[in-house]
Write a protein that binds this ligand. Sequence first.
Ligand code: ADP
Ligand code: MG
Length: 356
Amino acid sequence: MANVKLSELSKYYGKNLAVDNISVEIMEGEFFSLLGPSGCGKSTTLRMIAGFEETEIGSIEIDGVDVSGLLPEQREIGFVFQNYAIFPHMNVYDNIAFGLRLRKLSANEIDSRVRAALEQVGMTGFENRYQKEMSGGQQQRVALARVLVTEPRILLLDEPLSALDKNLREEMKFWIKDLQSSLGITTIYVTHDQGEALTMSDRIAVMNEGRIAQIGTPEEIYEHPTDRFVTEFIGESNILRAKVAAVSDTGCELDIDGQTVSAPVRDGILVSADTILALRPERVLVGEKADKEGWNSFELPIKKVTYQGPFVRFLFALGTQELIAEVANRQDMEKPDPGTKAWVSWQSDSGRIIAE
Ligand code: ADP
Ligand code: MG
């Protein structure tokens, strides 16, 4: 177990700045995710921690020691790639034993460690299988065993589930999280999939164009995104153009195309300024008027109703803009028709005024 500290880390490929001044400390035993769209610098950051890419600007410390002079094999790191990194010409046993044989451990020691690793990943009995005789999920388990058997201080996982189909991905994300918790190993997990990051992580760094846009727990990131990029990248949000009509200590009034709504106040906002209100579709209730303190509630015309299985999605006209509401598909729910009007309501403090 170890902690990892990145300080003002940057990486250029030619003139292209792939990683832009990243600083973060990852705690011992933490499951930490780097989350962001393709090309934002996640893999480059991970590869620098592993030592596959040189660190030229900034520093990487593991347990307080600068590792920039160390080769990958000296860093005691386990790295699992997107494409199953197991040798096709070796069976499972030899794949897992490979790293230990390089270290010239005794055959007895190797055998007991390989068997323990197989047990850890639930693959006991698969010793003689080859890559082509296993499913994608089984191959990824073996890839993990191959890494865990070397007892790394840190586990680095680069989109390890992205080659798997959806159901298996769902299953594997809980499995990896459980395995990581039971081992207590410091883990840095790279993904572009917000669902994976939210489900698995203790903390997430959301990355955009080489920079960290926000660091926080899944709940902090989802409930309190600090800028427009994070708001739009994590989950779904209505992004409504508004004008500030009034500001008080406790909240503010916004004008959205002629409709007055209340929202929590944000530092620095001024009356008559243009702003943006972000609002999650699942926070908007449809049907009854909410005659309560601290709620917005008004009638809007329905443009479209989409059946989505567990949810029903309503598209309302809000002036020239649109408001999406996503409602759990309960048996007793009202499903008003397009062309009619319905009440929409949300708790004022579930909206957020965001910076551009
Ligand atoms: P991510 O893993 O978030 O998709 P990467 O870290 O792979 O992003 O890439 C970040 C940026 O660096 C991208 O613009 C990518 O094209 C560039 N890049 C990555 N690896 C190399 C490389 N070996 N040579 C040149 N450019 C690279
Ligand atoms: Mg990548």
